[in-house]
Design a protein around this ligand. Sequence first.
Ligand SMILES: [Ca+2]
Length: 246
Amino acid sequence: MHKKIMHTGISFIIASLAAVGLNTLKDSYYNPGSRYDIGESFPYSRKTDKDGSTIVRTFEIGSKIHKIYIDPDDYILKKGYRRNAGLEEIPGYTDPDDEELIELLKHNLDIPSGNKEEDAEKIMDFVHRHVYVPDRYNHVKTPIETIVEGCGDCEDLSILAGSMLAAAKIDFAYIAVPAYEDKNAHILVGIAGDFKGESFSHKGKKYYAAETTGTRWPGKPAGWKIGQLPDKSWKTLDVKVLEYSQ
Ligand SMILES: [Ca+2]
């Protein structure tokens, strides 16, 4: 669910990268790319530890290498069935209680820092390191699936952002953009706080636009700032602010 793009060349590049990644992962405990859909998995910077008991995802943020440890059984359990949902159902997939997500916020991103705006920017920077890959079956991913696979489409990346914001107790909503002209429907998050730029008002609050998609490569995070709208025409559409309450 995102703007229509030229798929042919990009799909080929992603398939090639996935193939390279899978070769380096042949001793891995599991291989979601082969079990499901190679187009939904981006194995760059993911491997298992020596005995295969933990999935390790590596992120380089600034000069620091971050490692995130995920239980493969937890991942496989969450990957285990297909989910398909309309945009209005997306808030229900928010998962702020995931222990691995809470660990990630605390130990990798030092959240909460006491400054909610800075924490929100840090969360968005982390989300922006996940590659935008449209999925073939409209599978709604849990945050752990998106982190392990390193990629997702607009709903998956927004659920990851929303779950992290909710876990950090930062006020946010999902912003659902309807399909228009030749563009598909889209979803992003909106964050309340001391930000500048474009926002969507709902029940007296301003939710500043926070686009979650945009990168094709994990080393080059999408550059959207909070308050920046990828397409200003969204302001003229019947955009829905979908609340999430803890
Ligand atoms: Ca998806």
